[in-house]
Structure formats: C-alpha cells, structure tokens
Design a protein around this ligand. Sequence first.
Ligand code: GLC
Length: 384
Amino acid sequence: MIRAVFLTHTAAPSGAELATLRLLTELRRGGVVDPSVLLTAAGPLVDRLRARRIPVTVCGNAFDSTALTVAGSGPLRLLTGATGLIRLGARLGAIVRSDGADVVVAQSTKALLMGAVAARRAGVPLIWQVHDRVSGEYFGRILAVALRVLGWVTAHGVVANSRSTLRTLYTRGRVAVIAYPGVEPVANPSRVPQREPGAVRIAMVGRLTPWKGQEVLLRALSLLRHRPAAVHLVGGTFFGEQDYRAELDRTVAELGLPVEFVGHVDDPGCYFAQADIAVHCSVIAEPFGQVVVEAMAAGCAVVAADAGGPTEIVHHDIDGILVPPGDPVALAAALDRLIADPALRTRLSAAARERSADFGIAATAQAVTGLLEQVTGRRAVRAR
Ligand code: GLC
C-alpha cells in the first residue's frame, strides 16, 4: 500500500475540496493507496471526510487561512503569508514523518508551499494536485510565474484537473497526468421531462464569487424574450465574498428577476434534477468545472462558458451549448433558444447523460494511483 498524505489549507466544502473528498473515497475503496488528510484549518470538510472513514488530522487552526489570498494582496502581505506557510510546513513535516507516509499530495497553492517544506523534512516526494489554472488572469502575472517555478522546483509530479490546467504549468522532466475530477454515480437518476417554455426552471451551482460569473447570468436573464418560471442560484460564500452576494441581491431586486438564492447545499444534485437548464458562466477560463458534469449526469440541458475545462467536456450543440465567457448577450441568446425548444433540450439532455459517463470517479482514482506508483517507485500487486 502507498501511504499518501493529502495536504490542504481549507476545510470549506468548495469545488477542489469536494473533488478531493470523492477521490479519497475511491482510493480507499481501491486498496492500493492508503489515503489520509492533513488540514491546516477546521471546517465542514473534516466531518465529511470522517464520515467516509478517511483519517484526518487538523493542525495549526490558529493559522490565518486568508493569508496569501489572491485578490488585493500586496507584496508585504504575501511575504508574511508565505513565511507563515513555511513555518507551518515545518510542523507538518514532523507529522508526515511520524505517520510513516510515502508521499505528500498538495491540494492547493498554499499547500504546495507548506508541502514543499513538509515533504523535504519527512524525506518523501511531493505531488502537486492542481485545481486552478496557474494563469495571469487568476493569480496575476508575477505570482503565476512564481507559482509555476515553485511547483516545478519542489514537486516530483503533477496531477492536473484538465488539459487546460496542465498547459499553465511547467512540467519539463516531471511526471504529469490529467485526472479529470470524476463524479459519483447519481443515486436516483429519474427526473421530470423537459418542461414547456413557460414553465422552464434554470439552476446555476457554484460558489458566489465574481469570477464564477453569477452577475453575467443575471444580466442575461434581464435580456430574455422567454422568461423562465424559476432560477435557482445554488452556492455559498466561503472566502470573504459577502460583498459580491450583496451586489447580486441588488441586481436581482433592480431588474425584478425570478431568482432565488439557495445558499450552500452539500448535495446540489436535487436542484439539477429539478432544473431543465443548467448554466455555467465563469468569466475566466474554468480549470475543470465539476458542476458541468454533474448537471449533465442529472440530465439538464447545459449551457457552459467556452473556455478551459468545459471545452474538454461539452461538444457544442451535441451534448450542451458553449457560449463565449462574460457575454450576457450571447448567454441570453442561447437561453432563449433553449427555452423556446423543448425538443432541443430533450436531445441535449440525453446526450449529456451519456457523455457524463466518461467522467467517473474510478478513472480519476486510477490516474492518480498510477502517478503515485510511479513517483514512489512502488507498484502494488493487484488481486486478479
Ligand atoms: C476548482 C476549480 C474547478 C474544478 C475543481 C476540482 O474548484 O475552480 O474548476 O472543477 O477545482 O478540480
């Protein structure tokens, strides 16, 4: 068995952490990798991991996890944040060593910095599992280059959540795989047939944060010729994004839109199951976009932004519709076309369900296991 410690700095149930939760559950089931989690903050993820019988250690809850935040961080703030992470890394190294781990897998950029120190202390290789595109548009040009270099220097291997993410990294001389964050089989795949135009329900699932583009959807809704019966915005604010939520509230009131804010839910599946159309409209390239696959698996007709991960998932006009990111007019045109045409929605939804089967969690676990075997030089003997 390969003992792998997955290191992450946040226990908020946001996309990357939920992807990790599913991956570790599947790794544990597979029996080749023995996964555990080392967290530097307490939060809802801890109980969810434990419920799936994955060992969790929380270390350093005094640590300010907002240090090194991307938005509006000045050089001094970054430096203090980085120093804190390095110090914490040294403490984590002791835990990794006493755990007898074979490898550390860093789940975020902050975890990469801590993990680099921790893995070195423990004398084990480091893997960087990358959930974000390490690009200028997300991190700013200078930080993006610094992170790429840090990753290249410190990590023996890289797991990227899409081709698009992998392209933003330096991987020369390193082992690299793409492991699409897979979904778990839908528990109850039954759903109501696509509704008539006047009764259409739309769902958008995602953290309420400017780059996920909820504002673009609201603008698009105000331009529609065919008004939907209901629009559900599912998602919480985790990382100091309350101002954005207030802004969205104002837009909804100003434009008189039929929008309901659902907040964070652990399982957004039932919102997809009840929606005819699911919208994804991130304004910068989405690294992967698990919600796109989840919506497809639930049989929604999906509209997604044509950049990053969704372009690797959706075949335009076959199993979904791709629209230019950050363009409310184009999104409105796509929505009007879909709302008006239940037959089109039915065709897309059937194809979407089929396509979603290409993104199972077993394949993700297999790709990650292969990389861990390669990097640790251990190949487990599998039962035949
Ligand atoms: C991050 C990315 C998202 C991806 C998820 C899982 O949340 O923003 O695109 O689906 O990680 O890798």
